[in-house]
Design a protein. Structure first.
Length: 340
């Protein structure tokens, strides 16, 4: 037959523990003092001081033991809350404690974590499903608009077609970024690590973005060391595309972009800098937040997901990204990846 544990309130338990501790300390201290006197052991300090020293020492030892017992469930709760804050909604607190309040808090925490996990799954499924549903009609609109470009239309109609294409491509890019970010968040992209030339992949990204930087007459200073890297090639290309594309977007006409790639100690380090307007100090705190755009003048050229995607991909790959302004104007992004 299962025994039923009596759960007391913390106030009652603390009161009983304090009374029990004081009683135990006084009794043990008196017993030790009596034994010393019984066996004729001479004390070189007054008996009352000896009694107080024994009482304080015993009280401290008992308090340490009781404190660990009392605060252990609170410590576990704090650790679990940190895991929830980092996105782990599968954590649960187990245990049957003497205190009603602690049991109630742990039960409420488990309920909260379960509800947050269910909400996260619902949100992920909603984003994925809606994004997929958007992608098909957007592609259809873009395809038909592209066909109309070759038709015999007026100059005004040609402008309408160009605006349709511009906005459908922008919307298509937004949907693609949302889908990719959702997959990265949920680690739904499972690719086997491959060995590839990291410097060549970055060069491919530069060539891919040539239409954007060529029309702005941007000069490049590229110093990429030959580095073979083993990792997720599919994901890392998005890092370079977004960082280089971001630099091109904010670099003025006739400006420059400098890139370096090398090994530093046990890391691979890539840096990219431009001579654009830089990033305000307040904006640097949010630059990697989703949908955040510090410069409203370029709002039509992006959707605020590029840098969030960069940070999330690098986190999955075990890397990191930092940003700081240059003294001469512009900013520097530095990416670090684990050396392998």
């Amino acid at each position: 037959m299962k025994k039923t544990r009596i759960h007391l309130s913390m106030r009652t338990t603390m009161t009983l523990l304090v009374v029990a501790e004081l009683s135990a300390v006084l009794v043990v201290a008196w017993l030790i003092t009596w034994l010393l006197r019984y066996f004729g052991i001479t004390l070189f300090i007054p008996e009352i001081i000896w009694f107080l020293l024994i009482s304080i020492s015993l009280g401290f030892a008992i308090t340490v033991v009781l404190g660990k017992w009392l605060f252990d469930p609170i410590t576990k709760l704090g650790n679990a809350m940190r895991q929830v804050a980092s996105g782990n909604f599968d954590i649960r607190l187990e245990g049957n404690y003497w205190f009603r309040e602690i049991n109630d808090i742990h039960a409420s925490f488990n309920l909260m974590a379960g509800e947050l996990g269910a909400t996260e799954i619902l949100q992920t499924d909603f984003v994925s499903n809606v994004s997929h549903e958007f992608k098909t009609p957007i592609n259809a609109i873009e395809g038909y608009a592209t066909l109309l470009q070759g038709a015999d239309v007026s100059a005004e109609q040609e402008q309408y077609i160009e605006k349709i294409l511009f906005n459908t491509r922008r919307l298509s890019k937004l949907v693609g970024n949302i889908l990719l970010l959702s997959k990265v968040d949920n680690q739904a992209i499972h690719t086997k690590p491959v060995t590839f030339r990291l410097d060549e992949q970055i060069r491919q990204s530069i060539v891919m973005l040539e239409p954007e930087w060529a029309k702005k007459d941007i000069e490049f200073d590229v110093d990429l060391k030959s580095i073979e890297y083993t990792g997720n090639e599919t994901l890392l290309i998005h890092v370079w595309n977004n960082l280089i594309g971001n630099a091109v977007k904010f670099t003025p006409h006739g400006g420059f972009i400098a890139m370096t790639l090398n090994r530093r100690d046990d890391q691979v380090v890539f840096s990219i800098e431009d001579n654009g307007p830089g990033i305000p100090a307040e904006s640097q705190k949010h630059i990697f937040d989703r949908f955040y755009q510090s410069d409203s003048s370029h709002r039509s050229e992006g959707n605020g997901l590029g840098l969030a995607l960069v940070k999330q991909i690098l986190s999955v790959c075990g890397g990191s990204v930092l940003v700081q302004n240059r003294d001469q104007g512009g900013c520097i992004f530095e990416v670090t990846l684990p050396n392998n």
